[in-house]
Write a protein that binds this ligand. Sequence first.
Ligand code: XMP
Length: 511
Amino acid sequence: MRPEELILILDFGGQYTQLIARRVRECHVYCEIIPYQTPLEEIVRRSPKGLILSGGPASVLDPGAPTIDPELLRLGIPVLGICYGMQLLAHLLGGQVGSGGVLREYGRTEINLVHPSLLWEGIDSPTSVWMSHGDLVIQVPPGFVITASSPVVTVAAMEQPSHKWYGLQFHPEVAHTAAGRQIIHNFLFRVCGCQGNWTMASFIARSVAEIKAQVGEERVLAALSGGVDSSVAAVLVHRAVGEQLTCLFVNHGLLRQGEAEAVLETMRSLGVPLVYRDASERFLARLAGVVDPEEKRRRVGHEFIRVFEEEARRLGKVRYLVQGTLYPDVIESGTPLSQRIKSHHNVGGLPEEMELELLEPLRYLFKDEVRELGLELGLPEDIVWRQPFPGPGLAVRILGEVTAEKVALLRKADAIVTEEVQKAGLSRALWQYFAILPGIRTVGVMGDRRTYSYTVAVRAVESQDGMTADWARLPHDLLERIASRIVREVPEVNRVVYDITSKPPSTIEWE
Ligand code: XMP
C-alpha cells in the first residue's frame, strides 16, 4: 500500500496540513502526515524523499514550543518549512524569529520573487500568495538567502539550496496562492527528485500484494452500505483474496429508489461473492409507532447488528472485516494501526464482542482518490459518484412515524429530485440533493377540487466535508420542474417547499 517514493509531512497542528497532503498527492507523489514528535529513527527508517514541516498555531518563541530533533536537518533530506515550519527552520539553524506585531498578516498578499530559486521555476513575479501568521523571520540563518519579499514581510521565502532547506512564510497549499501548486510541484520534482509514480494502478498492485500477505488463508467479510467507500474497499479486497471474501448487503427497506438493485448488479457483474438479505419488513416492524429521531436511529442500528450477527454466524469462521475508513478519519481520530471493532461502525454499529480484525485498505486515501480507484477497479460511475447517504436511510427523512406507504411516497419524490438534478448536470457540484417528507398535510386545489395532501421538502447543499454546508442556489426553472413533476407524479403530494437554511444552524438531514 505504501510506495517507495514518500514525502513525510510533519504536523505542527496547522489548519491546512491536510491540504498540503492533498496537493502533494495531486502531483502523483505519495505522502503521509505524521506527528512532529515522531522519533528520528522512525523517520529515517521510512527513507522519505523529502520532509515538509507544516504550519501551526504555536510560536517558536514560546517555552516548550513544538520542535524537531535538529539532527533531522543533517540527514541530507530536502526540507520545506511552511509558515511555522519556516520559523522553526530559522530558529534551529541560527536565524532570528520575532513577533510580527503590527506586521501580522492575514489574507492575500503580493510577493516579489527577489532571488532565483528552484521553487520559482515557471512562476512570474510578482505573484499573489495567502499569508496567515503572527511571527516572522527577522533574520535568516547563516548561509540562507531571501528569495521572496512582500511590501510588509522582508523574508517571505528563504533557502539554503546546497543543504536543500527551503522556507515559505505563506501557504502554498491553499487555493488563494496563485502559484501554490507549481511551488509544491517544484519542491517535489526539482528539489526532492521525485518521479511522480503514485497512481491508482500502482496503488492497486501494492494493496493487492499486502492484503494477500496479511489475510493468508483466512476468511474475510465486508458489509456493504451501497456507498462508494464500502463498495470500493470490497472490490479491492476481492481482487486480492477472491472467494475468501463474502460481502453482506442488508437491505433495511430504507434505501433510495433502485439502490439495492444497483449495488447487487454491480457486485455480481464484478464477480464479488455476495449475500443479500432483504430485511425490510423486520426494520419496518421495529420502527412502527416510533417518532423520536434518536430512537429511530437506535432501532435501525440495533436491528442492523442483529441481522449482521445472524449472517456472520451462518457464514462460519471469519477473521477479518473490511471497512471503508478513509485518510481524513484516520488523521482526525489518530487511530492506531490495528484496532478491534467498537460499537460504532461506518456501516451500522457492529458489536464489540465479535473480535474481528479490521482490514482498512483505503485508510491512506482521500475521497477523490477513492473515486479514482473505484473507476480503475471497474466500478460504474453511478456507484463511484453516489452522494453520501445516512446509515438509517429514509427513516431520518420521514418525520414522525415511518410506514411502508410513506417510504414508497418519499422514494418516488426523491427519485424525481435525483433525476432532475442529474439532468441539469449539477450532481457533481452538489454534496447532496434529496427529498424529505415532513409529515404535514396542507390544503391545495387540483382540477377544481380541494385536496388535503402531503408536503415534500427538497434539500440541496454544497459542502466540502459535510461538517458545514451551504444551501444550493438551484436555478428556479430546475426547482419548478422538480415541484411540478412531484405533484404530478406523486398523487399523495400537493405542495413542494425548498429548504434555504445552511449548516449551521441547521443540519443537512432533517433528523
Ligand atoms: P448532518 O445531518 O449531521 O449530516 O448535517 C452530515 C452528513 O452525514 C450524513 N449522515 C450520516 N451518515 N450515518 C451515516 O453514515 C448516519 O447516521 C448519518 N447521519 C447523517 C448526512 O447525510 C450528511 O452527509
